[in-house]
Ligand binder design. Structure first.
Ligand SMILES: Nc1ncnc2c1ncn2[C@@H]1O[C@H](COP(=O)(O)OP(=O)(O)OP(=O)(O)O)[C@@H](O)[C@H]1O
Length: 359
């Protein structure tokens, strides 16, 4: 296996920039997800790593070897990069074994070696007993495992997954997530996994690269993205974080500072070296908002919606001081909030979004 180095890569189509100065280092054996909304440049990035698309600026190395620069593009078949697509692209008239061994046959690998490698690939994806089946007689998850085995049989240095679970139903997705995680643990394959599904990225990846409008917004562990988003885009994109205006009142001490949000003073976590400033933003989560009894610290407003979800309700709230700022939180059973009801809330904690980074 090999690491992947994407250095200051830019891609333009005519005058439009699909990727803008993106740098990502994937360590040997790492599982890195690229996550972002539609049109953020995920597919373009994958196509450039695979060699189907040239770079307009910057360079890409695989296993320490330069494969893409604006002047040079090593062809896809020489990169030893495996790709698993969302539509499995299996040959319907071939058995599972024939599908997996096809590329070896075309490459002139001997029958004995082919059989050994196909068996080993089937074992890697736990499909030993399905070698004789046709793809039509497999479930969606099994087909995806065959597609993975077909990619692994060529002994790639790096495997790219292009939204591999997008066509599967919710239950199958969960079990395939477990299988991919287990596969990664067993084999130590270097994986770059493209998805727009953050739950999937969080469940699987060591680190996640969040992209928006062709730019890298943050590259961090799932926990860091959730607890310490680098900018407003990441804060609101990951788990529907709420971004609220704040004034920073005190300098950082022990990783915390005092802020005023909607007239309420509170202590939030922050980066080292933060100083008092106006017009800052904090990110807070539904679990960091609670109802206040009486007139304690907090802010008044109106409940606009309460949707019961079994065990708790998602409650939406409009603060009096900033009606355009929709907040939401969960009220556990017994649910008492209703639309139209006036109440007082408080924010219990949050994260001060660093100044001037990305979006
Ligand atoms: N061949 C092309 N010619 C012109 N523009 C392109 C081309 N390929 C991609 N783009 C543009 O580049 C941007 C990034 O596209 P890309 O397909 O990489 O996004 P994505 O994140 O994969 O989106 P999705 O999740 O919808 O597949 C988009 O604005 C897209 O319209």
């Amino acid at each position: 296996m090999a690491g992947l180095s994407i250095q200051n890569v830019t891609k333009t189509f005519g005058t439009a920039k699909a990727l803008d100065d993106v740098s990502i280092e994937v360590a040997d054996g790492e599982f890195l997800a690229v996550l972002g909304p539609s049109g953020c440049g995920k597919t373009t990035l994958l196509r450039m790593i695979a060699g189907f698309e040239t770079v307009s600026g910057g360079k890409i190395d695989i296993g320490g070897r330069e494969v893409s620069t604006p002047q040079m593009n090593i062809s896809p078949e020489k990169r030893r990069v495996g790709i698993v697509f969302q539509n499995y692209a299996l040959w319907p008239h071939m058995s599972v074994e024939e599908n997996i061994g096809y590329s070896l046959k075309v490459a002139g690998v001997s029958k004995a070696e082919r059989e050994a490698r196909v068996t080993a690939a089937l074992e890697l994806v736990n499909m030993q007993q399905y070698g004789d089946r046709r793809p039509a007689n497999l479930s969606g998850g099994q087909r995806q495992r065959v597609a993975l085995a077909r990619c692994l049989v060529a002994e790639p240095r790096l495997v790219l997954f292009d939204e591999p679970l997008a066509n599967l139903d919710v239950h199958l997705r969960a079990s395939m997530e477990d299988e991919f995680a287990d596969f990664h643990k067993r084999t130590g394959t270097t994986i770059l996994y493209i998805t727009h599904d953050q739950a999937e990225a969080m469940a699987l990846a060591d680190r996640i690269a969040v992209m928006d409008h062709g730019r890298l917004m943050q590259l961090a562990t799932p926990r860091e993205l959730y607890h310490e988003p680098a900018n407003e885009m990441v804060a609101s994109f990951i788990s529907q974080g709420m971004v609220l205006p704040a004034d920073v009142e005190t300098a950082e001490k022990g990783g915390e500072c005092k802020v005023t949000v909607l007239g309420q003073e509170l202590v939030v976590r922050c980066r080292k070296g933060e100083k008092p400033r106006k017009n800052a933003r904090i990110c807070c989560r539904a679990s960091q908002i609670e109802a206040v009894k009486g007139k304690g610290a907090g802010f008044d407003g109106t409940i606009t919606r309460a949707v019961y979800r079994g065990g708790s309700a998602r409650v939406e709230f409009e603060p009096e001081a900033a009606p355009n700022l929709g907040l939401h939180f969960d009220q556990p059973d017994p649910v008492s909030f209703e639309a139209g009801q006036r109440t007082r809330l408080r924010i219990t904690s949050g994260w001060l979004i660093p100044a001037g980074e990305g979006a």
